[in-house]
Write a protein that binds this ligand. Structure first.
Ligand code: PGA
Length: 250
């Protein structure tokens, strides 16, 4: 790891895992506690938060959620609030994932910024996802797109302690394809420059890469300058693969 900040390896289980499999996965990771040189975070579905939190107790592996509503409470059928996540032991929440933006759930940059603010108010660290779509990548618009998402998705009050950014090209998620190292480095550099210009201390921010991270490609991706960890989807459902990714941090 060329960078000074402690890397974070986060598993986004998405809509996967029932109680039995979820508990077993969390217990295996907690017992092995791989990658002593990084922080580890599991983000199971909301139904498993309490059980996974219990399985992680004492292991140092952190608990996070995949989304929250921008209001603290109220008439929002089916939604989960940041206060509920903090109450069940979450320290982190993923916000603005591409599966929640756009056609998935129609979330805009402004929606994401409102959620980030609410999450901060409840003491949660927001992991804010940005990334270009395939057509934007093909047009060479990657840096413009992520710059505009970074500007629109972050409220005032962002610090390296309360916010992590995940650069996740939409076309790389679940596809087995990843950008070349130079593209990842350029994207992280642009994100960091924007964070620095608005919030100061650019080097202190953790900027993760996400999109088809595997045990095989993690060593290379995690050694790219400016990459401070990974947000892992599919491979985080396999204890062996997830542990290997964490161990790539040293
Ligand atoms: P993937 O998902 O690792 O399965 O590509 C990453 C993500 O969506 O966070």
């Amino acid at each position: 790891m060329p960078d000074a900040v402690r890397p974070l390896i986060a598993g986004n289980w998405k809509m996967n895992g029932l109680r039995e499999t979820g508990q077993a996965l969390a217990q295996t990771i907690a017992k092995r506690r791989p990658g002593q040189a990084c922080d580890l975070l599991l983000c199971p579905p909301a139904t498993l938060l309490e059980m996974v939190g219990a399985a992680l107790t004492g292991s140092g592996v952190l608990l996070g959620a995949q989304d929250c509503h921008q209001e603290i409470k109220g008439a929002h059928t089916g939604d989960v609030s940041a206060a509920m996540l903090a109450d069940v032991g979450c320290r982190f929440v993923i916000l603005g994932h591409s599966e929640r933006r756009g056609e998935g759930h129609g979330e805009t940059d402004a929606d994401v910024a409102a959620k980030v603010q609410t999450a901060h108010g409840e003491g949660l660290v927001a992991i804010v996802c940005v990334g270009e779509r395939a057509a934007e990548h093909a047009q060479g618009a990657t840096l413009t797109v992520i710059e505009s998402q970074i500007k629109g998705s972050l409220p005032e009050g962002v610090t390296p302690e309360n916010t992590v950014i995940a650069y996740e090209p939409v076309w790389a998620i679940g596809s087995g394809r990843t950008p070349i190292s130079e593209e990842i480095e350029a994207a992280h550099k642009r994100i960091r420059a924007n964070l620095g210009a608005r919030f100061g201390t650019p080097e202190a921010f953790r900027i993760l890469y996400g999109g088809s991270v595997t045990a095989a490609n993690a060593p290379e991706i995690l050694s790219i300058h400016g990459v401070n960890g990974a947000l892992v989807g599919g491979a985080s459902l396999d204890a062996e693969a997830f542990c290997k990714i964490a161990e790539s941090c040293g």
